[in-house]
Design a protein around this ligand. Structure first.
Ligand code: ATP
Length: 370
């Protein structure tokens, strides 16, 4: 795909705040980033999302100047920063492991970046108090990092990163060392703080839920390239590649054959599907759809894309049930579908029961079978 395409960028955006142009990074002969290009706009919250080793931290470090790219250009607010050291750039950063100075108090940690700015003691105290208020920890100035929980330490790390009012806030997996509840709470707090301050922010994460809930736009990376850039809804609803479809959310991948433009054969049934541009009839394809897109209510013989199935498994997942469905035509394609608790009750769904489901055409995507 065209990685320059800035999927989902604000329509009324001014000039990009951060421009990444054909950035590559080699470690010896290993290509960690391959000609990555995209723009980020002022005030955006952008997540770099991808599996371990895809290059997201390498890209963040290049933006910070902590590890220079091998080639390519990085521009921040109209200024070429490609070869500047970190001290010459305008950012604050938070790392995964709290990385506070253990021998310094909360006050001294937060004030660290302010010391070189020649502030009076009173101005510094006021600024530290303001920052601790912003991160919800007023009055903790005298404590030391070891006296704080993981979540509190990350809040202090965020306060420290914001102390100098940077143009860019860089977050390198800041929540992944925290337990699940704290992580969810801090997600909301960091996002609310970012909105309030309007600071352009990049967060590296391998957690899709984190990216979907926090980001204005997500950059999905894989093996040093960008697979897709888009808003969370675009990424989830219109994954550009099978990798994105598989990596973000749960997706059924079923073997099918294209029989005509927009129509595929799935076992013994033929179904209408989304666009099949560039594919010729007879092509082997993968038909993809989300478990929550399988319809059960108001399915009749005349409903488009009906598939008769047996319920092979039904897993209770708290707020919904996930069914494993096997088409009755005996084809090889099993798939999963999510049923609300009400639906399970209303239709008396149980393992071994037969059922007619519909696969809504506008929710079906096809990709060439590789
Ligand atoms: P993770 O989520 O595991 O941190 P990541 O997407 O952030 O993964 P990177 O840390 O950017 O991945 O690494 C990308 C690739 O570059 C990996 O294969 C990694 O092994 C390699 N790499 C990173 N730093 C170096 C280095 N200093 N020397 C050699 N290879 C490196």
């Amino acid at each position: 795909m065209d990685v320059k395409a800035n999927g989902g960028a604000p329509a009324d955006a001014d000039a990009p705040y951060l421009r990444i142009e054909r950035v590559s990074k080699l470690f010896g002969s290993f290509v960690a980033l391959k000609e990555v290009s995209f723009d980020i706009y002022r005030g955006e919250f952008v997540c770099f999302l991808g599996p371990s080793g895809c290059g997201k931290t390498t890209l963040l470090r290049a933006i910070a100047g902590l590890d220079l790219q091998t080639s390519g250009r990085i521009e921040q607010d109209g200024r070429d920063i490609s070869s500047l050291p970190p001290s010459g750039r305008d950012f604050g950063i938070v790392f995964q492991s709290y990385a506070l100075f253990p021998n310094l108090s909360v006050f001294d940690n937060v004030a660290y970046g302010l010391r070189s700015r020649g502030l009076s003691r009173a101005a510094m105290e006021a600024r530290v108090a303001e920052l601790l208020g912003l991160v919800g920890l007023p009055g903790e100035v005298r404590k030391y990092p070891a006296q704080l929980s993981g979540g509190q330490q990350q809040r202090i790390a965020v306060a420290r990163a914001l102390a100098i009012s940077p143009g860019l806030l860089l977050l390198d997996e800041p929540l992944s060392a925290l337990d699940a509840r704290v992580r969810v709470r801090l997600r909301h707090e960091i996002r609310a703080l970012q909105r309030r301050l309007g600071v352009t922010t990049i967060m590296v994460t391998h957690d899709q839920e984190e990216a979907l809930t926090m980001a204005d736009r997500i950059v999905v990376m894989n093996q040093g390239i960008i697979e897709q850039i888009g808003t969370p809804v675009e990424i989830y609803r219109h994954p550009a590649t099978p990798f994105v479809a598989d990596f973000v959310g749960t997706m059924n991948f079923l073997d099918a054959t294209l029989v005509a433009p927009g129509r595929v054969r799935l076992g013994a049934v033929e179904v209408a599907c989304g666009a099949s541009d560039g594919l010729v009839p007879g092509a082997a394809v993968q038909l993809c759809f989300r478990p929550e897109d399988v319809s059960v209510r108001q399915v009749e013989r005349s409903t488009p894309n009906v598939v008769d199935v047996t319920i092979e498994g039904l897993e209770f997942l708290g707020s919904f049930c996930r069914g494993t469905l096997k088409p009755l035509d005996g084809g090889p394609n099993e798939f999963v579908a999510d049923f609300s608790i009400n639906l399970v009750r209303d239709f008396d769904l149980a393992v071994g029961r037969n059922l007619s489901v519909a696969l809504p055409a506008d929710r079906l995507r096809i990709y060439p079978k590789s």
